[in-house]
Write a protein that binds this ligand. Structure first.
Ligand code: NAD
Length: 254
């Protein structure tokens, strides 16, 4: 186990949504390997069961439950699981998200707007609504919301996604201000394109096109994003709250 105090999560209870794939899956492994007890949620039950089995097989304490983050009840029940299984909650990562189909603003219909806002925005707000009281009860905790580079600037052809991810940053800053005096830190992370299934599904031609827009001329590795997540969750990052950290190979420096 990693004994670096910066990354020592021993005994901490960590909830992660969207844990069956991509960043969420990798983060679960990293936190579990560093001593955290895990509460994992995802709409993909088979994927969730697989990762929970893998982690449990390596002696990591883990509970997993189907959770559609667009359902307030599901989000409440995932937090209840943290309480009933492990007696509370120290870390929460509102990571579950969906990619939009490419379409112009004029082509974007209400159904697509609802889909994006329900998962990518309300999923985060429902999470916060139930995670915060449990953390406040214990006078402390850390929450990380997953936004995007599309939360910091315009994102042609994915207007609804950009709107939801911008809103995640507004909600993050608001939650940070409302809860700083209660010892709860709330930050957001804003990755540029990284090679999770959400992006690899688009094929190599799209990846090359996207990489060309990055100063490093490559897309991010999921591990590089998860390293930044671990840093923001670290028990040593005690004076950092209300931030939206870009993890983008330099894109936001343009
Ligand atoms: N990969 C990237 O390039 C990138 C860039 C910026 C932001 N993000 C954000 O990172 C987060 C994680 O994405 P990823 O790249 O790991 O993608 P991914 O597709 O690999 O994983 C997303 C996970 O979320 C789950 N999910 C989807 N809808 C859900 C719902 N309603 N309730 C619960 N779970 C649900 C999926 O089943 C999946 O397991 C998302 O919020 C995404 O918008 C990703």
């Amino acid at each position: 186990m990693d004994t670096d105090p910066m990354l020592d999560f021993s005994g901490q209870v960590a909830l992660i949504t969207g844990a069956a794939s991509g960043f969420g899956r990798l983060l679960a492994r990293e936190l579990g390997d560093r001593g955290a007890k895990l509460v994992l949620g995802d709409i993909n039950e088979a994927g969730l069961a697989k990762i929970a089995d893998e982690l449990g097989g390596d002696a990591i304490e883990v509970r997993a439950q189907r959770c559609d983050v667009s359902s307030e009840r599901d989000c409440a029940e995932l937090v209840e699981l943290a309480q009933s299984a492990f007696g509370g909650l120290d870390l929460a990562v509102n990571n579950a998200g969906i990619a939009p189909p490419m379409m112009s603003l004029e082509e974007t219909d209400e159904a697509e707007m609802d889909r994006q806002f329900n998962v990518n925005l309300k999923g985060v707000m429902f999470g916060l609504k139930y995670q915060l009281p449990l953390m406040k009860q214990r006078s402390g905790g850390v929450i990380l919301n997953v936004s995007s580079m599309a939360g910091l600037g315009g994102a042609p052809k994915i207007a609804s996604y950009a709107a939801a991810k911008h809103a995640v940053i507004g909600v993050t800053k608001t939650a940070a201000l409302e809860n700083a005096k209660h010892g709860v830190r709330v930050n957001a992370i804003c990755p540029f394109f990284a090679l999770t299934p959400m992006v690899t599904v688009g094929g190599e031609e799209l990846q090359a096109f996207l990489a060309n827009g990055c100063p490093m001329k490559r897309l991010g590795e999921p591990e590089e994003v998860v390293s930044a997540m671990l840093m923001l969750l670290s028990p040593k990052m005690t004076y950092v709250t209300g931030q939206a950290l870009s993890v983008d190979g330099g894109v936001s420096a343009y």
